[in-house]
Design a protein around this ligand. Structure first.
Ligand code: PPS
Length: 375
């Protein structure tokens, strides 16, 4: 029996025919610049459809007081004296497991997504061009030619420039690279997370996620979000690639290790042949949705996005693309399509308002720093 859809009651049926319950308690570590906004959109849609609660930052900002290490008290509605737990924790945070455990169920599934540190750094150099380490360097090449001229680990925004994944997982990005440190870090990540996805294999990652969460195909479809216009991407000569790897050595070790376990997991749980079929089904469904939902063939420049509520945040030197919806869609389909292309900040704010609809509006406006508004 090959079934990919859940039944009417929302009971999941895994693609190998084994019955399972869809998982609804989830922690997603939203590692920066690793396709994490696309994953977050998937979680937002699932949470909205199934009326789940989110662990929102206090005051409704879009980050959990990043870059500080996560604290349960950052979450709106958390109280050490009440047993309230939230279904989904997915806003940007610097991971700290004992604190995370206070806001979610003990049976929550933990996952994250990694990206090749070379492309990750090329992306963050453009997106975080305004931060102290990058602002004075004219190019990534220039930065890497004498990084310590530009990079000062004491600056509060320095983490965007070195071992960003290591930092987001909660570790010290400036730690000396020893075999012991690397091993310890990998062990801790492996012990804390049930699944590490790889953004270079995004579709395979979504299939693995679907299996682990016992979700159906339509729950894991997406259109790529937070993507950059190619005019703000720069090619990387081999010499630069090697420098980026050396500079981000801890990230590189994390990436190499979990890239290997990713494929081992596929071989163990799914097999390459079935993975290929599942990926094809996912791509076919996404292509169908793109034909139904989108004007033209796909993403467009921010200036060409007609509906301002669908315009993604522009940051640094990056030009972030978005989508235009087809006109005249049937109401329900319009909603499905709209949610697929709603950028992170707008979607988060819609869900926050819904979750706290009964609450009195706040009497004071928290400062951007309090709400963690900076990306
Ligand atoms: N589906 C899919 N597959 C592969 N790559 C994807 C996908 N969706 C987004 N992206 C790329 O991820 C980069 C944005 O990452 P984030 O959303 O994590 O950035 S952020 O930290 O939340 O700002 C950004 O990378 P760059 O374009 O290199 O900047 C996106 O293009």
């Amino acid at each position: 029996e090959e079934v990919t859809h859940g039944d009417q009651q929302g009971r999941g049926v895994s693609s190998q025919g084994k019955r399972c319950e869809p998982k609804t308690d989830i922690v997603f570590l939203k590692v920066h610049k690793s396709a994490s906004s696309t994953v977050m959109n998937i979680l937002f849609r699932f949470g909205e459809t199934h009326n789940l609660t989110f662990a929102f930052p206090n005051g409704g900002g879009n980050q959990l007081f990043y870059p500080r290490h996560f604290l349960a008290s950052f979450v709106q509605g958390f109280s050490p004296w009440s047993p309230q737990r939230f279904n989904i924790l997915c806003h940007h945070m610097r991971f700290l497991q004992p604190e995370v455990q206070k806001v979610v169920s003990s049976s929550a599934v933990y996952f994250s997504i990694l990206r090749n540190p070379v492309q990750l750094m090329e992306s963050s150099f453009v997106y975080y061009k305004g931060t102290s380490a990058f602002s004075r360097a004219r190019s990534l090449e220039e930065f890497l030619s004498q990084p310590y001229h530009y990079y000062n680990p004491a600056n509060s925004d320095s983490h965007y420039a070195k071992n960003l994944m290591t930092f987001d997982f909660g570790f010290n990005p400036d730690g000396e690279v020893t075999a012991e440190r690397v091993q310890l870090m990998l062990n801790i990540i492996e012990a804390s997370f049930d699944l590490l996805l790889i953004s270079e294999y995004f579709d395979e990652s979504m299939v693995l996620l679907k299996e682990m969460l016992c979700w159906d195909l339509d729950s894991i479809v997406s259109f790529p979000l937070n993507i950059r216009d190619s005019s703000t991407k720069s090619p990387l000569p081999d010499t630069i690639v090697e420098k980026i790897k050396d500079w981000n050595r801890l990230d590189w070790e994390i990436y190499i290790y979990f890239n290997r376990t990713f494929w081992e997991r596929i071989d163990r749980d799914i097999g390459r042949e079935r993975m290929q079929q599942e990926v094809k089904a996912l791509r076919d469904r996404q292509a169908e949705l793109a034909r139904t939902c989108l004007q033209g063939t796909g993403s467009v420049a921010p200036k060409d996005i007609k509906d301002s509520s669908l315009r993604p945040l522009q940051h640094g030197n990056a030009k972030i693309l978005g989508y235009n919806l087809k006109q005249g869609l049937h109401k329900e389909m319009e909603h499905t399509c709209r949610r697929l292309v709603t950028p992170e900040l707008q979607y988060s704010s819609i869900l926050y308002k819904k979750q706290f609809a009964q609450k009195q509006p706040q009497t004071h406006q928290p400062s951007p720093e309090q709400t963690g508004q900076t990306p």
